[in-house]
Each structure stands twice: as C-alpha cells, then as structure tokens.
Design a protein around this ligand. Structure first.
Ligand code: UDP
Length: 220
C-alpha cells in the first residue's frame, strides 16, 4: 500500500482557512506514485465532508488505509494544540511545516516543528521560533525576535524587532508590539494575552491580559 493521508486537525474556522494552504503546499508532490488523501481530523466532526474533504475522527484517521500519516494542527487554542500535538507525536505522526507560497522568510530563521505560516506572513532576519507556532494572515515577525512554543498570532500582528515572546502567549488581531533592543528586548510572558488592536510598549508579565493603547492590564 503506497497511499499517504494528510490531515488538518481541527475542522472549524482556522482549519478551513489552513486547508487551501495545505493543498497548495502538497500540489507539487501530488500525482506521483503515492496517492495522497487530504482530510480534516476532528474529535467532534461538524459534518461528514467540508469544502470537498472528508472529516475523520482521530480513530478513523489512524485506521485509514495508508502507509504514511502526516498532520498539521490548525487549532488556535494553545492548550488544545499542545494536547493534540502530544497525542499525534506519541502515535508517530509527522508534522508538516506549513508555509503559504507567498510567505517571506529572510535570513537565519529557525523554526521548531509544526509551524503554520498563513498567506502574506513575513518573518525577517535572525529570528528563533519554537514548536507549533501559528502566524495568521498578514502578520510579521521582525529581526532578532525569539518566540517560544505554542505561540499564536491572530491576523495582522506587527511584531517588531527584538521582541521575546514566551510559550503559550496569544497575540490578538492587529496588535502592535513595540521594538525592543538587544540589551532590553520587549518581553511578552508565558501564557500572556495581548488584546486585539493593543499597542504594547512595555513588558507583559506571564499570564496577564493587556488591552488598549498604550496596552494596560485588563481590569476584571
Ligand atoms: N477539537 C478537536 N479535539 C479537541 C478539541 C477541539 O477536534 O480535543 C476541534 C473542535 O471540534 C473544533 C476545533 O477543534 O472543530 C476548534 O475550533 P474552534 O472554532 O474552537 O477554534 P479555531 O478554529 O479558531 O481554532
């Protein structure tokens, strides 16, 4: 059996946006000796089929008759993304490094596994990025940034140079992170949340949500 099955894990909003990027990524290798099946994987399938692709449960994906299984985890929530990635890794599923064809990646950029770089993303030079990073459409990461594991950028995030972002942080749509310096990078702490449209001029402590311009901790 030669077939391969490639799954977008998560058949919701983000998954449906990632699917065309995956199709485009796989196009050059489709049509050879290996038949590649492209599917959604979802533990709570919203339909049997979505946008022309079967939606399989994880058990169905694992039972699918194929010699090779690959996946990309398209779930924005970092905790769920970690839980699902751990399960896939334990079952020896390989992760795809997914990059839309118009993404720009400049010099000396290192990625961990499982990144998703959506259309119109730019990563400039001398950047370090951890595992399972999501950069949604139109986001950028500028020079000398260091980004941890399971970090999520919503659309149109402006991450300027010398910004350090720790694991599980979530940066909302249109947020602007002020440039740091080599001696004093701007730091976004572990699990911090930056609200949509926030303009972050100071470090954000771990676990804190900031909103507004200039960004301040959210008062509950
Ligand atoms: N999901 C899943 N397994 C889990 C948790 C979530 O398959 O353990 C699926 C869930 O059924 C849903 C998707 O992941 O279809 C998450 O979609 P949501 O709209 O919450 O987020 P987004 O598309 O923005 O990532």
């Amino acid at each position: 059996m030669q077939d391969a099955v490639v799954g977008v894990y998560g058949a919701s909003g983000f998954g449906r946006e990632v699917m065309p990027v995956l199709r485009e990524h796989l196009r050059p290798i489709l049509g050879g000796n290996v038949k590649t099946h492209i599917v959604f994987i979802d533990d709570n399938p919203p339909a049997e089929e979505l946008n022309g692709h079967k939606v399989l449960t994880y058990e169905e994906f694992m039972a699918f008759p194929a010699a090779e299984r690959l996946a990309v985890v398209a779930i924005a929530d970092a905790g769920l993304r970690e839980k699902i990635s751990d399960r896939l890794a334990k079952d020896f599923i390989s992760f795809i490094h997914l990059k839309a064809s118009n993404v720009v990646v400049m010099d000396d950029v290192e990625f961990g596994i499982g990144a998703i770089l959506c259309p119109f993303v730019t990563i400039t030079s001398n950047v370090r990025i951890g595992n399972h990073f999501h950069a949604n459409i139109y986001s950028y990461v500028a020079h000398d940034c260091v980004i941890g594991n399971y970090v999520t950028f919503a659309p149109n995030v402006h991450c300027n140079g010398n910004v350090h972002i720790e694991d599980y942080a979530y940066i909302g749509t249109g947020a602007i992170l002020r440039q740091g310096t080599p001696d004093k990078p701007l730091r976004i702490g572990k699990g911090a949340v930056v609200g949509m449209g926030a303009v972050v001029t100071k470090d954000v402590p771990a676990g804190v949500t900031v909103v507004g311009n200039p960004a301040r901790p959210l008062q509950k």
